[in-house]
Design a binder for this molecule. Structure first.
Ligand code: MF3
Ligand code: CO
Length: 247
């Protein structure tokens, strides 16, 4: 069952998402060669708490940090630590906030200094795919119209779409129904309605779609070691179309 949110609940989620948006903007400003991912994590946690929110990921199934910091071949769930960013790295910063008992969830990917033209292209296409998916978050569409819109961008560019990880409903839980795969045929699944709130999150690989989990139990990397990129926004379906809460 997909939980529909009342307007009053969407307003509470808007406030959660506003803190998250500010957090990611602030972290983005700090990204440069030499900074560690642990430093980024500390800034994010302090900012969220000082804004009256709580980190949404810290403690979630035992996850130890506020951010997921996933560098280069890391797809998602990289754990912040002493690693210093280097010129040419591509880093995904995934963050969740709880405010008013509601979650918000968003990811931005950033270039560290100058990155290769291949990395730039992967970033652009992944972001374009997210934008296309968000635009399908409209009442009357089918759920898989979102999936299909995302997949097309990967297909056109020869990128692998990570299969094992999906977008999701979001609200009082970080992960609610439905699962939103980043691939699929259009016109399938539930019909979308105003009041649904989704986290949409394409993960595209430069090479094969295959992934594996590192020994830390969290970090997911590409099997072939090639680059991966991730963008994510929380979007509410409203009478007037998609409202991207995390922008
Ligand atoms: N955006 C990710 C997701 O939707 C973040 C979860 S990380 C975790 O799965 F640490 F909280 F598990
Ligand atoms: Co998510």
């Amino acid at each position: 069952m997909i939980k529909l949110k009342a307007d009053s609940e969407v307003e509470l989620m808007r406030q959660s998402a506003a803190i998250l948006r500010e957090t990611l903007l602030m972290v983005g400003e700090l990204i440069k060669p030499g900074i560690t991912t642990a430093e980024l994590d500390k800034v994010a946690e302090e900012f969220i708490r000082s804004s009256g929110g709580e980190p949404g990921f810290k403690g979630y199934h035992g996850y130890p940090a506020t951010l997921c910091t996933s560098i280069n071949e890391q797809v998602v769930h990289g754990i912040p630590g002493p690693r210093e960013l280097e010129e040419g790295d591509l880093i995904g910063i995934d963050c969740g906030v709880i405010k008013n008992d509601y979650y918000s969830d968003s990811t931005r990917s950033f270039a560290v200094g100058k990155i290769s033209s291949e990395a730039e292209k992967l970033m652009k296409i992944t972001k374009d795919a997210l934008d296309s998916g968000l635009d399908k978050a409209r009442s009357g569409n089918h759920l898989s119209d979102i999936s299909n819109a995302i997949q097309k961008h990967a297909e056109e560019n020869g990128y692998g779409v990570v299969r094992e990880l999906s977008g999701h409903g979001i609200g009082k839980e970080l992960h609610e129904e439905p699962q939103i795969p980043n691939y699929g045929s259009p016109g399938r699944g539930p019909i979308l309605e105003a009041g649904m709130v989704f986290a949409i999150e394409p993960m595209f690989n430069e090479g094969t779609e295959e992934i594996k989990t590192l020994k830390d139990g969290w970090t997911i990397v590409t099997k072939d070691g090639k680059l991966s990129c991730h963008f994510e926004d929380t979007v509410a379906i409203t009478k007037n179309g998609p409202e991207i809460l995390t922008r």
